[in-house]
Each structure stands twice: as C-alpha cells, then as structure tokens.
Write a protein that binds this ligand. Structure first.
Ligand SMILES: *[C@@H]1O[C@H](CO)[C@@H](O)[C@H](O)[C@H]1NC(C)=O
Ligand SMILES: *[C@@H]1O[C@H](CO)[C@@H](O)[C@H](O)[C@H]1NC(C)=O
Ligand SMILES: *[C@@H]1O[C@H](CO)[C@@H](O)[C@H](O)[C@H]1NC(C)=O
Length: 342
C-alpha cells in the first residue's frame, strides 16, 4: 500500500526516484496578513495583496534584508523541525460567489500525514546529488503575479494545481485553476529553481540570482555556468479547503470557475511563492548531508539529525495580524479594493 502510494506521489519522475531524497514536513499557518516585508513589495505596509504565511514568528512588516538572520529574531516556528525559522508564503485564495461577494478559503493540513496541522502548507527540500544549503539572508520568489496567459508560464517550471478527488490524487496537474469542483480541495504546488549564482543572497527581481538546471532537476541536469551552485529544491504543497464551495449553483453562470487569488487573478497563471531562509546554524545542511528522506505518510519528521516538535506544538506558534481589516467575512471587494478582471 505504502509503496504504491509512493509511486503515485512522484509519478512524474519514476525513473530517478532512487537518487532523489525529500525532506518533507508540515508548517501550520502562522498568520494571514496583508504584509510582504521585503520581497515583492518591500517596506510597503500594508502590501497590495493578502498572503498566507508559515514558519518562524520573526516574520514582520519591516525585515531589514542586510542584517536579518530570522533564526536570531524568531522565538517559535509553525514548522515541525524546530530549527527552521524560515518564512514561506503564498497569496491567499478566495471564492467568488454568484452574487459577486468573496469569501477567503482556508488552507488545511495536508491529508497525507499532516491532517491535524491547523492550515499552512507542506514544505519539501528535495535534493538530487549533493547540495549547498542557503545562507542567512537568502531569499527568492518564483512565479509572476502579473501573468494571465498560459503562454507566459513557460518562464517557470512546475507551478501547478492538482484537483484533489482523493487525498492521494497526483495526476492531472494544470497551470490554471481547476475548472470543476475538487472533492478534497485544490492542491497548489510551487517548486523553486535549484541553481544559485553562489554570490547574491537576493537580486532586484528576487529571482535572477537563481536559475533552473539544464534538462530537468529530476533527471539530474547540470546547473548553468552563471549559476553553478546546486541548492535544495524548495517545494511548497498547499491544500486549499475549497470543499465548502463545491456547490455548483454558487459558481458563475457563464461556466467559469469561481476561484480568485488575492492579487485579482481568476486564471491561476499568476501563482507565485516567496521564500526567506531562516534555518538555525547548519541544521539544513546537516539534514541534506544526512539524506533525510521523510516518510511521505507519517506525521513525524523522519530525520534523526533534526530536532522536532509535534504538529500540536507547531500549531501553537502564532502571530497577530498587523493590518487590521476583515478578511474572513463575505466581502464585497478583495482586500483592499483589489480589482478582479473578468
Ligand atoms: C516587528 O517590527 C516592529 C516595528 O519595526 C518592532 O517593533 C517589533 O519588535 C518587530 N517584531 C519582531 C518579532 O521582530
Ligand atoms: C452571497 O452569497 C453567499 C453564498 O451563498 C451568501 O452567504 C452571502 O450572504 C450572499 N451575500 C449577499 C450580499 O447576498
Ligand atoms: C557528496 O558528498 C559526500 C560527503 O562530502 C561525498 O562522500 C560524496 O562522494 C558526494 N557525492 C557526490 C555525488 O558528489
């Protein structure tokens, strides 16, 4: 049973499964807030769109990129490895009802192993061959919130949606929002590039200091000469609890799908993720060197070298929302006055 699920989970890369190791763990929700401290909208408080954020509680509205080691600032983390004070975040997802009002969709604990996590996302650090862990202050984004056409999306690899019919559905990934109700929810997968220039902790667009390997990451493709350092593949799996919104009588009459990102995107092509490294000391490098390869289906982090907490403990780390606004009622506009193109 476990073996067959494992094959399903990595169905796109069956030939090279033996060389890939995946550190996989849960990070419960830390806060949902209209903050984006220094990535897409540095220093702009509030940021233009709402985010769901997980990881260490050092996340803040002003995080000085030049002197910020998150592991020095944070006092707790929503991730099960207690040495991981990184922050991981994505936009928030909304449902637009037929009457034109919006309701925020909650994230839920991954039904594969982490169902008791209070929202948040699953985080993977995948390696294929030896990798160099990130340095304090490292950050990056992937994806582009302005994209609305499928032709634009070839710039990025592996930013996908899976319509979960069961908790183990792993086929039929799309680059846009699923067009039909999904029995268990919508899983959004965001995989970051795996090659680094070896010098810059960030870049003006937060992306050009990293690059993709030739061929594919899964087949062990080489990093380009401009970005020679192999880094772990940071991979987010977020399960959005769209189940309360599966009644098609509430869906748009034109046959379209009702989901919309907090940045006003109804297509889904604008999906993107933000990452700020915040592991304490050499903890991530240790885990990578130890080839930590988590049991995909247990609720415990399988990695002896890492200190860990239970999901129940991880659920206790929370942060107060900074921007005081209603994000949970039925809203007439996305927070705040975000235009949504038809
Ligand atoms: C967040 O930033 C505010 C304002 O700069 C500061 O007062 C507060 O101590 C910071 N909190 C954390 C946890 O860093
Ligand atoms: C819009 O529809 C939703 C879902 O049926 C409902 O809960 C909400 O009260 C409606 N709002 C208005 C203003 O009619
Ligand atoms: C990875 O690193 C280990 C320890 O430094 C070394 O023994 C091993 O040969 C390396 N593997 C590859 C594929 O370079």
């Amino acid at each position: 049973m476990r073996g067959s699920l494992l094959v399903m989970a990595v169905a796109t890369v069956p030939a090279v499964i033996a060389s890939l190791t995946m550190l996989r763990f849960s990070c419960s929700q830390l806060v949902v807030d209209r903050l984006d401290p220094y990535l897409v909208n540095p220093g702009m408080v509030p940021s233009p769109h709402l985010h769901q954020i997980v990881g260490g509680n050092g996340f803040n509205m002003t995080m000085d990129p030049n002197q910020h080691d998150l592991s020095d600032v944070a006092t707790c983390t929503t991730c099960t490895p207690t040495e991981d004070f990184s922050n991981y975040w994505t936009a928030a997802m909304f449902f637009r009802a037929r009457n034109g009002t919006y309701k925020r969709i909650a994230t839920k604990g991954n039904p594969l192993g982490f169902s008791t996590a209070v929202g948040g996302q699953t985080v993977y650090y995948v390696k294929n061959g030896n990798v160099t862990a990130f340095k304090p202050g490292f950050r990056m984004t992937t994806g582009d919130p302005t994209f609305r056409e499928v032709s634009q999306t070839s710039k990025y690899r592996q930013l996908t949606y899976t319509c979960l019919q069961t908790s183990t559905t792993r086929s039929g990934e799309t680059k846009d929002f699923p067009k039909q109700p999904c029995k268990v929810g919508i899983m959004v997968n965001i995989r970051f590039p795996t090659c680094w220039d070896g010098v810059n902790l960030d870049s003006p667009d937060h992306q050009s200091h990293v690059a993709y390997p030739s061929g594919t990451f899964e087949s062990g493709g080489e990093c380009p000469a401009s970005h020679p350092v192999r880094i772990p593949q940071v991979f987010y799996e977020t399960v959005w609890d769209t189940v309360p919104f599966n009644d098609k009588s509430l869906w748009p009459e034109d046959g379209g799908q009702p989901f919309v990102w907090s940045f006003g995107d109804r297509t889904g092509f604008g999906t993107h993720g933000d990452y700020v490294f915040g592991w304490k000391g050499d903890a991530l490098q240790r885990a990578m060197d130890a080839n930590c390869n988590s049991d995909l289906f247990g609720d415990d982090l399988k990695c002896e070298t890492l200190k860990r907490q239970t999901l129940k403990e991880a659920n206790q780390c929370r942060k107060q929302r900074v921007v005081n606004e209603d994000v949970d009622g039925w809203l007439t506009e996305l927070p705040v006055d975000m235009p949504v193109a038809d």
